[in-house]
Design a protein around this ligand. Structure first.
Ligand code: TXA
Ligand code: MG
Length: 336
C-alpha cells in the first residue's frame, strides 16, 4: 500500500492562509525559507511544540529557533538592546539567528527553549515565510524539517521524503536560495560569538560587532555551547570522506567535485559537482540536495573534493566535517 504523502500547499494567498490557520490551531506545518525548510509550530502551544520534538526525534535539551516577522515581534519575546537592534535593522530579514535573553511570558514555551533563559530568533527573508508568520501573528518555532542529525531539506520534496505523512502540510517555497542553515550569533555572552557559520560571516558582522568571535569548531561533543552543534550533525546515510584530492576511488564510491578540477578522470561509482565553475554560493545551495541524490543513487560511500575555506565555504566545510565525523563515529551514518 502506498504511504500517504503530505499535502504541498502552493505559495500563494490561499496556501499561506491555510498554513497559518493550521499553525494557529496547534498543527505542525513545514515551510520554505531562504536557508532550509523549517518544521513550524506555534511557539507558545505546548502540544504543538512537543509534536515538533517528537516528529524530529530531537533531544529535549536542544532548543528550537523562533521565527518572527521583524523587530516588533522579536521584542515581544526577547530583551533587544541597542546593539542587538542595530544588527536586526541591518541583517533582518535574513539568515542571521540571534541568541538573546528571553523576556518571560508564555509566548515561547519552556520546552521550546529547552528550559534556557535565552531564545534563538530570526526573521526569514523568504516572502512566503514572512507572510506566513505575519498571518499567524505570533512567533513560530521552526527547526530544520529533518529528523535529528540528518540532512536539512532544501526543497518541499526533500521534506516529504524525510518526514513522510508525519507532517501533513508543507507550504511550498521552491528551492531554498542559500541552502545552508542560518548563522547563529550568541549575544548573551561577551564577546558575541558565532555558534554556527552560515551565509552571514564574521566579516559582515564586524562593522556592527567589532569584537565578534568567529566560528570555532567545537569538536567536543559533550559540552557544546549551542546544544545543536553536536559534532555528529548533518549526517548523510553513507560514509563520507572530505578533501579528497587524488585516487584511487573505490568502485562503489561516488565523487563530489568542486570547480573545473578534472579529478578523478575515471573510476568510482559516479561523479557529481557542487559547482563546475567553482562558485561557492552555488555549491552551498546544492550541497544537501546533492548529498541526498548521491544517497539514493546506489553508491555505498562518498568522497568530496576540497572546498576553499573562504566566505560561505566555511559553512560548507563545517557541514561536511560533521558529516564525515558522523560516518566515522557509527561507520554507516545511522540516524541520531
Ligand atoms: O536557517 C535556519 O536557522 C533554519 C530555518 C528553518 O530557519 N532553522 C534551523 O533550526 O536550522 P535548527 O533547530 O535546526 O537549528 C537551530 C540551532 C540549533 O543548533 C540549536 O541548538 C541552536 O540553534 N539554538 C536554539 N536555541 C538556542 C539557544 N537558546 N542558545 C544556543 N543555541 C540555540
Ligand atoms: Mg537542524
Amino acid at each position: 500500500m502506498a504511504t500517504p504523502s503530505p499535502t504541498i500547499l502552493p505559495p500563494n494567498e490561499s496556501g499561506i492562509a491555510r498554513a497559518a490557520k493550521a499553525l494557529r490551531d496547534g498543527g505542525v506545518v513545514a515551510f520554505g525559507t531562504e536557508t532550509v525548510y523549517g518544521l513550524g509550530a506555534d511557539a507558545g502551544n505546548p502540544q504543538a511544540v512537543s509534536a515538533v520534538f517528537a516528529l524530529k526525534q530531537r533531544p529535549a535539551k536542544n532548543p528550537l529557533i523562533c521565527h518572527v516577522d521583524g523587530l516588533d515581534m522579536a521584542k515581544t519575546i526577547a530583551r533587544v538592546d541597542d546593539h542587538a537592534e542595530g544588527l536586526i535593522r541591518h541583517f533582518w530579514p535574513g539568515p542571521l539567528t540571534l541568541i538573546l535573553p528571553y523576556s518571560g511570558g508564555d509566548a515561547v514555551t519552556h520546552t521550546a527553549r529547552a528550559g534556557l533563559g535565552t531564545v534563538a530568533i530570526r526573521a526569514p527573508a523568504h516572502p512566503v515565510a514572512r507572510a506566513l508568520i505575519t498571518a499567524v501573528g505570533r512567533p513560530v518555532v521552526a527547526p530544520s524539517a529533518n529528523k535529528s542529525g540528518r540532512l536539512s531539506p532544501t526543497s518541499a520534496m526533500m521534506v516529504a521524503e524525510a518526514l513522510g505523512q508525519d507532517v501533513p502540510l508543507i507550504l511550498g517555497g521552491g528551492r531554498c536560495d542559500i541552502g545552508l542553515e542560518s548563522t547563529v550569533l550568541d549575544l548573551t555572552n561577551q564577546p558575541p560569538t558565532i555558534l554556527r557559520p552560515g551565509a552571514i560571516m564574521a566579516e559582515d558582522l564586524a562593522a556592527f560587532c567589532p569584537d565578534v568571535q568567529g566560528f570555532q569548531d567545537q569538536s567536543e561533543p559533550n559540552a557544546p555551547a549551542s546544544p545543536g552543534l553536536l559534532l555528529r550533525h548533518y549526517a548523510p546515510r553513507l560514509p563520507l570522506r572530505i578533501e579528497v584530492r587524488e585516487g584511487p576511488l573505490a568502485a562503489d564510491e561516488a565523487f563530489i567535485g568542486f570547480g573545473p578540477n578534472p579529478f578523478p578522470p575515471k573510476g568510482g561509482h559516479s561523479r557529481h559537482s557542487l559547482s563546475p565553475t567553482g562558485d561557492l554560493d552555488e555549491a552551498a545551495q546544492a550541497l544537501f540536495g546533492l548529498l541526498k541524490t548521491v544517497e539514493d543513487s546506489g553508491a555505498a560511500r562518498i568522497a568530496v573534493a576540497p572546498i576553499p575555506d573562504t566566505g560561505i565555504g566555511l559553512a560548507i566545510n563545517d557541514r561536511l566535517r560533521r558529516a564525515a565525523a558522523a560516518s566515522q563515529l557509527d561507520s554507516g551514518g545511522q540516524d541520531t
